[in-house]
Each structure stands twice: as structure tokens, then as C-alpha cells.
Write a protein that binds this ligand. Structure first.
Ligand SMILES: C[S@@+](CC[C@H](N)C(=O)[O-])C[C@H]1O[C@@H](n2cnc3c(N)ncnc32)[C@H](O)[C@@H]1O
Length: 262
């Protein structure tokens, strides 16, 4: 709760629309919108308002949340031969995250990147972690309880971020952008909450053109994970591509995008 109080000046209703204040266990805005805080997690989303892909993926991720890390450790190793913990460490070490900076992780899942991001921003930095799935944010909050800095964990929709404009130095968004109804709109939201000059680190599934993944492995990956069939998102106004990397042994892309004035 103490963490929540310090974040309150930056927290908004979904999409950054209205400032919020505490009323008992809830956060309320001046239009009568009311958002509960449960287990220390502000629930800044109205699940009944979800539509299309957002709604169906949310049901799936709530269901898979307890098995997510087992699948990462065992399933991904068997199918792709990857040790994701090593890959994730390499990814975060390759980013220009300054100690003492503030960072929002969108689509945090159970928070597997959180210990690495905490190390990057250091004890003086500030971290927030957001996901749409209640099952995932509960796990993320549990995992990061004793972490320094302890993140503000929020249930929210990445397409309507519950933060004020220019709240963060960096946004980290890995493994979720192809799940959105409108990836381009979700990126515009990331740009909105970044300060000018701030960086968005964006990654998701995608075969690297330079590292061949062929035959049964390619067909199987495309069948079990529909994100491999989707193109990377268009980059909206307000963001410019600074750097591209192939990560996860050529199975994912990682872009560094800078927030620019339009
Ligand atoms: C494949 S997991 C990636 C989790 C983590 N970033 C990782 O790399 O392990 C995708 C996550 O995106 C979240 N997600 C999907 N659509 C979302 C949305 N509209 N807003 C916020 N989170 C969303 C899911 O709940 C899920 O936890």
C-alpha cells in the first residue's frame, strides 16, 4: 500500500484519462469510476469491457498462469532447445537501461523478467509491472514481494494504460504485442506514457530471416503458436526505430524504439 501511495500521482483511469484518489480500498475518479485494490494490486481494467482477441487471450492466460513457467522451462527447452533464463538475462543486459531510471513492463505475465529489470534500474530506480490477466499479476506480485525495487503491480489493459502521459523513462514489452486487437494502438499507448527521448524495448515471436528455422520445427511452431503467423506491428507516429536484434536463437525480434515529438 505504501508503494501505491507513492505511485498515486502517476496513476490514472484506463487510457490515462482521469486522476484517481483513494476511497477506502478503492481508487475512484471524478466521473464515478471505481477500481478496487485487491491483495495490494490496483485492478484498473473492466474485464466486461474487453472485446475480441483481448477477451479470448485473457481467458487463456488466466487458465495457463499456474503452468506458464513450467511450460517455459520444459516445453520451450524441448521444442526449441532454448534455456529461456539465459536468453532473458542476455536480452536485458543488451538494453540501455540506466541505473536510477523508471521502467514500466507491459505484459509482464508472472514477472519472469522482473528480477532482471530490477537489477538494471537498481535500488534507486522505479518499476511498474502491468498485465491484463489476474492470474498472472497475482503471480508477479508474489514473486516480486521482496524484490528491490518492489514494482507496483497493476492489472490493466496494455491498450489503455492507467498512467499519466510521460510517466516513464523506459517501457519493456516482450511477448505480448501480437496478442492485441490493435498492436499499433497499443504502441501509441506506450509512446504516450514515455517521456520524450524515452525508449520502448519491444519484442515478440518472429522468425529471423538470417537464422533458418525450417521443416517440421517451423511447421510445429506455427501450429502451436499463432503469433509466428502474424507480422510484426506497424510503428506508429511518435516512435522511431533505433535498433533491431534477433533474440531467442532467431525465434523472436527485439526492437529499441525512441519516443519522439510529433
Ligand atoms: C506470452 S505472455 C509473455 C509474458 C512475459 N512478458 C514473458 O516474456 O514471459 C503474454 C502476456 O501478455 C498478456 N496480455 C495479453 N494481452 C494483453 C493486454 N491487452 N494487456 C495487457 N496484457 C496482455 C497476457 O496476459 C500474458 O501474460
Amino acid at each position: 500500500m505504501e508503494n501505491l501511495e507513492t505511485w498515486l500521482p502517476l496513476i490514472r483511469s484506463p487510457g490515462g484519462k482521469s486522476a484517481l484518489c483513494r476511497q477506502g480500498q478503492d481508487l475512484v475518479d471524478d466521473t464515478g469510476g471505481r477500481y478496487p485494490v485487491q491483495h495490494g494490486i490496483p485492478r484498473l481494467v473492466a474485464p466486461e469491457a474487453l472485446e475480441g482477441d483481448d477477451a479470448s487471450w485473457n481467458i487463456f492466460f488466466d487458465w495457463i498462469a499456474p503452468l506458464y513457467e513450467l511450460n517455459e522451462r520444459v516445453g520451450v527447452r524441448l521444442l526449441c532447445g532454448l534455456d529461456l533464463r539465459d536468453e532473458q538475462r542476455r536480452i536485458v543486459e543488451s538494453l540501455a537501461i540506466a541505473p536510477g531510471s523508471s521502467l514500466l513492463e507491459v505484459c509482464t505475465g508472472p514477472g519472469v523478467y522482473q528480477p532482471l529489470l530490477a537489477k538494471a534500474v537498481g535500488p534507486q530506480g522505479r518499476l511498474a509491472a502491468l498485465d491484463l490477466s489476474w492470474g498472472m499479476v497475482r503471480r508477479c506480485a508474489e514473486r516480486t514481494r521482496k524484490q528491490l525495487p518492489t514494482p507496483l503491480v497493476v492489472q490493466g489493459n496494455g491498450a489503455a494504460l492507467p498512467f499519466a502521459d510521460a510517466s516513464f523513462d523506459n517501457v519493456f514489452h516482450f511477448g505480448g504485442i501480437k496478442l492485441f486487437n490493435s498492436p499499433e494502438h497499443a504502441l501509441t499507448e506506450c509512446a504516450r506514457v514515455l517521456r520524450p527521448g524515452g525508449l520502448l524495448f519491444l519484442g515478440d515471436e518472429g522468425f529471423a530471416p538470417t537464422i533458418p528455422v525450417r521443416g517440421w520445427r517451423r511447421r510445429l511452431l506455427m501450429r502451436v503458436n499463432p503469433c509466428f503467423q502474424r507480422p510484426p506491428p506497424e510503428i506508429p507516429q511518435g516512435l522511431t526505430l533505433k535498433k533491431q536484434q534477433n533474440v531467442y536463437d532467431g525465434l523472436a525480434f527485439l526492437w529499441t524504439l525512441e519516443r519522439v515529438e510529433t
